[in-house]
Design a protein around this ligand. Structure first.
Ligand code: GLN
Length: 252
C-alpha cells in the first residue's frame, strides 16, 4: 500500500483528496504501468499514527497560524518535521501549507509562529492583501511540460517566497541536514491587469512555486480548480520515488 495523506487539521482537505483521486484515475488511464503493483490509498491525517502510515503528504491551504497551534496541541509538529526533514518523504504545501514548510516566515503582527520547515526559503505571508483581494491568474508552469495551457491559479491571502536558499544566513534545513539540494524556483507571477501590487518592486515578479528535493510548495490553490495537472505531476513523482525504492511502501 502506498498511502498519500492530507494533513486534516484545518483548511482545504476534501478538495485535495478529491483531486488526488482524480489524478490517480488520470494516471491509471494514461500510464497504468506506473501504478502496477502499487495499491494507492488517500487518507486524512490527524494523528502521529496516521502520519506514520503515509509515504507522502499534502499540507493544504487554510490558515497557517491556526494549523501550527493545532499541530502543536496534537503533538504533530515534531513528527511532521521528522517526516519532511529526516525521512525526506515527498511533501507538498499549498498556500498556508507552503508557509508551514518554509524555514522562515516574515514576522506577522502576532509576532511569528511555529513552522515545520523543510524549504530553505523565507515566505512573506498575505502578499496580496486580504480575502477581498483574492484573484485568479493564468500562470505558465514550465514544469508541467512544453506547450501546456496556462494554469488558472487561485490566490487567496497568498504567501510568496521572498528569499531562497537562506541556509547561509543560518537556520535553514541545509545546515541541519548537511548538503541538501538547492531550492528550485518553479513558477513566477508577473502580475496582470487589475493586479497592480503583484510583482511590483523588484521587476522580477513574485516566486509562487518552489521545490527543494522532496519538498514542493505553491502559493496558490490547485485544489480549488478542476485542473488536475499539478496533482498528476506531483503524484507521478511520488510513484517514481516508490518505484526507485526511495520511499517506504508497505510499511517497510
Ligand atoms: N494567509 C494564510 C496564512 O498565512 C494562507 C491563506 C491560504 O491558505 N489561503 O496562513
Amino acid at each position: 500500500n502506498l498511502t498519500v495523506g492530507v494533513l486534516a487539521l484545518q483548511g482545504g482537505v476534501v478538495e485535495h483528496l478529491n483531486l488526488l483521486r482524480k489524478a490517480a484515475a488520470h494516471i491509471q488511464s494514461s500510464s497504468p504501468e506506473s501504478l502496477e503493483g502499487l495499491e494507492l490509498a488517500f487518507t486524512e491525517v490527524r494523528t502521529t499514527a496516521q502520519l506514520t502510515q503515509c509515504s507522502a503528504l499534502i499540507i493544504p491551504g487554510g490558515e497557517s497560524t491556526t494549523m501550527a497551534i493545532v499541530a502543536r496541541r496534537l503533538g504533530l509538529l515534531d513528527p511532521l518535521r521528522e517526516f519532511v526533514k529526516v525521512q525526506h518523504k515527498p511533501v507538498w504545501g499549498t498556500c498556508a501549507g507552503l508557509v508551514m514548510l518554509a524555514e522562515q516566515a516574515s514576522a506577522t503582527k502576532q509576532g511569528g509562529q511555529e513552522l515545520v520547515g523543510g524549504l530553505d526559503v523565507k515566505v512573506l505571508r498575505n502578499r496580496y492583501g486580504t480575502q477581498m483581494q483574492s484573484f485568479v491568474a493564468g500562470l505558465d508552469l514550465g514544469f508541467l511540460g512544453q506547450g501546456e495551457e496556462p494554469f488558472r491559479a487561485v490566490f487567496i491571502r497568498a504567501p510568496i517566497v521572498e528569499e531562497v536558499n537562506i541556509a547561509a544566513e543560518g537556520g535553514g534545513c541545509l545546515e541541519q541536514g548537511g548538503k541538501g539540494p538547492p531550492v528550485e524556483v518553479l513558477a513566477v507571477y508577473h502580475g496582470g491587469e487589475g493586479q497592480k501590487q503583484a510583482g511590483e518592486g523588484n521587476g522580477k515578479g513574485d516566486i509562487v512555486a518552489v521545490r527543494q528535493g522532496n519538498v514542493f510548495g505553491t502559493s496558490f490553490h490547485p485544489e480549488l480548480t478542476n485542473d488536475v495537472r499539478i496533482h498528476v505531476w506531483w503524484l507521478r513523482q511520488v510513484l517514481d520515488a516508490a518505484r526507485h525504492g526511495k520511499l517506504v511502501v508497505n510499511g517497510v
